[in-house]
Design a protein around this ligand. Structure first.
Ligand SMILES: [Zn+2]
Length: 75
């Protein structure tokens, strides 16, 4: 069940959003959620998505809907 969202004017699936954050293919992504925070760069709305870049890793990523800003909970 994928809910598509608009990011920088483009419709993306959870997986596509995770790949935008990661910069490469991911194995699996959870549903997109609205993060309870604003973009530090432009004040825009931030989306949150949990994903698995590989079988042994789980990352939570955030991406602004309006600009290039993104972040993960990786060390
Ligand atoms: Zn932004």
């Amino acid at each position: 069940m994928a809910e598509n969202r608009v990011v920088q004017g483009r419709m993306v699936t959870a997986r596509a959003l995770a790949e935008l954050i990661e910069g490469e293919d991911v194995m699996e992504a959870e549903a997109i959620e609205d993060a309870d925070r604003d973009c530090p760069e432009c004040g825009g709305d931030v989306l949150e998505v949990g994903y698995m870049p590989s079988v042994t890793a789980f990352v939570t990523g955030w991406k602004c809907q309006d600009c290039d800003w993104k972040e993960t909970d990786r060390e």
